[in-house]
Design a protein around this ligand. Structure first.
Ligand code: GLY
Length: 369
């Protein structure tokens, strides 16, 4: 392209965010609120990618894993930020996010699962987390739709859920109100450098976007960001998850709160839908919905809450989580001046969005909350 044509398509910002998932949009919102000029680019119109598939479970206590104290600390802080994050978004935009704090019940179906869940519960208690062990009868008082054949459960009253697709629409509305430019349908093809410092990106629409900072928020694709030099790409791999959406007929959904076992989780939505997730598969960039994956989810959902068998099957979909070697997200400087990573959130992208956004906005603008 002649130099004049490139110049005529050159635009300048304070920050370019590459990725329009919940992480990229949240970072854009918090950064724009601090007065920065921001553009978000993504090949797809959000909600897409992992955000479109995510159940939106905000359950740091129930998802607690041995040997991941740093991740637990982050997820607890993020869960505490959520009520204000969604309240501010909903008040600003009038768009509901589906946030509901109905708690979660994590179930052990048999004695082996019971022993494992008790170990997790001991850890929860030792960390001072609000979680109570309940015998089968108490579990069924809370959730009458549970199978009569269960060993016990852990009730975590503070756990919550949000609808990631609704949250995306709220964020898009908030971004439009803040004057953030949204370039959907555009892909980054090349990084622009000034010396050692990244100074922008070129897109497949023939534009050159210039900015003081570029944020890589491309989820599972971050490790394959070919527009970046290979040493600026993080070690992120895709981890496939298949998920189902069921809908209740005239009856209420068969559970009021998040209900999970070792192998499946059920997340009810206020409008009668029930999200059933999720497989965890190392299959590269494959997003095929498989008979085996759906069979496994339905079988385990049925073992937990038999009435799911009466529900309408609305959707089966697969997405790719951005996995990292230590399961921790990559939030911060990349090693290339001007390039910030906001990626690698693995199973916690929706939950960690408000925290990631605060951190990235502060790095980009120097303005703390
Ligand atoms: N956070 C649940 C999942 O990744 O399946």
């Amino acid at each position: 392209m002649p130099a004049e044509a490139i110049l005529s398509k050159q635009r300048s910002y304070d920050a370019i965010i590459v990725g329009g998932g919940i992480i990229g949009l949240s970072c854009a919102w918090r950064t724009a609120q601090r007065g920065a000029r921001v553009v978000v680019i993504d090949k797809a119109r959000p909600p897409a990618g992992a955000t479109r598939v995510a159940a939106g479970m905000l359950a740091p206590v129930g998802e607690l894993t041995f040997g991941e104290p740093e991740l637990l600390a982050m997820t607890i802080v993020a869960a505490e930020l959520y009520p204000d994050f969604v309240a501010e978004l909903e008040a600003t935009t009038g768009v509901q996010t589906g946030y509901a704090q109905h708690g979660a019940l994590h179930i052990a179906l048999d004695r082996d699962e019971g022993e494992e869940l008790r170990r997790v519960h001991d850890l929860q208690r030792s960390l001072g987390l609000d979680a109570e062990w309940l015998p089968p009868r108490r579990c069924r008082e809370l959730e009458p739709g549970l199978t009569p054949s269960l060993n016990g459960g852990v009730h975590v009253p503070g756990e919550a859920a949000v609808d990631p697709r609704a949250l995306t629409e709220a964020l898009l509305s908030a971004l439009a109100a803040k004057g953030v430019e949204l370039r959907f349908g555009a892909a980054a093809t090349e990084a622009v450098f000034e010396g050692e410092r990244i100074a922008g990106v070129r897109t497949d629409a023939g534009e050159e976007l210039r900015a003081a900072s570029v944020v890589l928020a491309s989820g599972a694709w971050s490790g394959q960001a070919e527009w970046l030099p290979s040493d600026a790409r993080p070690e992120v791999r895709p981890v496939k998850g298949q998920i189902l959406e069921l809908r209740a007929g005239k009856e209420a959904p068969p559970c009021e709160r998040i209900v999970s076992s070792e192998r499946v989780y059920l997340v009810p939505r206020a409008d009668g839908r029930l999200i059933v997730g999720a497989t965890v598969e190392e299959q590269g960039f494959d997003t095929t919905v498989t008979a085996g994956g759906i069979h496994e989810l339905l079988r385990e959902a049925y073992r937990l809450v038999p009435d799911v068998a009466e529900m309408e099957l609305v959707e089966a979909i697969a997405g790719l989580r951005p996995g990292t070697p230590d399961n921790l997200p990559l939030i911060g400087p990349s090693g290339i001046e001007g390039l910030i990573w906001a990626t690698g959130h693995y199973r916690n992208g929706i939950l960690l969005a408000p925290l990631t956004a605060e951190r990235v906005a502060e790095m980009l603008t120097g303005v703390a909350v």
